[in-house]
Design a protein around this ligand. Sequence first.
Ligand code: ASP
Ligand code: MG
Length: 277
Amino acid sequence: MSSNSYRVMKFGGSSVGSPRRLRQVIELIGQHARTGPLAVVVSAMGDTTDWLLEAADLATRGELEDALTVVGRIAHLAKTNAAALHPAQSSTLAARVDQLLAPLQRLLHGLSLTRECSPSSKDKVLSFGELVSATLLAELLEASGTQARFRDARHLLVTDDAFGAARVDVPRTRERLQSSSAEWGTTVPVIPGFIASTPDGRTTTLGRNGSDYTAALVAQGLGATEVTVWTDVLGLHTADPDLVSDAYPVPHLSHGEGLELAAVGVRTGLNLVALFA
Ligand code: ASP
Ligand code: MG
């Protein structure tokens, strides 16, 4: 592996869903960042995406108060995690979370008035989970001494306007990743998974569990030699081990296979290293 090539590490929702796991993630990133270029892709914390869906449904039914209560739950999880990792800055980080979620509250308010949630509005609502987790992870990394910066996937991944399951323009995405990364230097980019945008800047999502696909696209665009997908399942399995009893871990997969597997939403595992030969 050339030390000048990027490695991509992707962390799923459960990896950043509790202070204990988040602490491990920050240590891991710190260790890897010291040995060469690294890009990080992260999902929304814990069940945040499900809660956002719940909030959108409630608001669309006109139940704004309940929708905002759900937003409070999302904010609480993010603030609790951030405060546990960096107590000295807990109030700054809490203010940051509130600032990030303010546009979501306005959006939900709008939905409660129109009683309508278009696929485009739903993607906008869903985007807040990854926006919060990637922003906080970047700030927590900085606070722990690893130079890191939030890099908005909506400026990197270009899709069509099939909201909810947008199709990626792979060549344009690669171009954007290459030109943007030229300015990143040695600072670790922390990229929200799952979200992207249309060429005219409307927020899209890649479909549930789409962050693995983001990681594969980022790896491809950066010419990465390696992508590691961290979840709580051991090994990349030939099938979902919860569903297929004789699923077994595969030791190696090609770049194309990685993209394909990510696209179909296969569950990938703790410590999987996919070497792009
Ligand atoms: N947070 C999104 C979801 O729950 C994307 C992902 O986790 O990959 O579907
Ligand atoms: Mg998720």
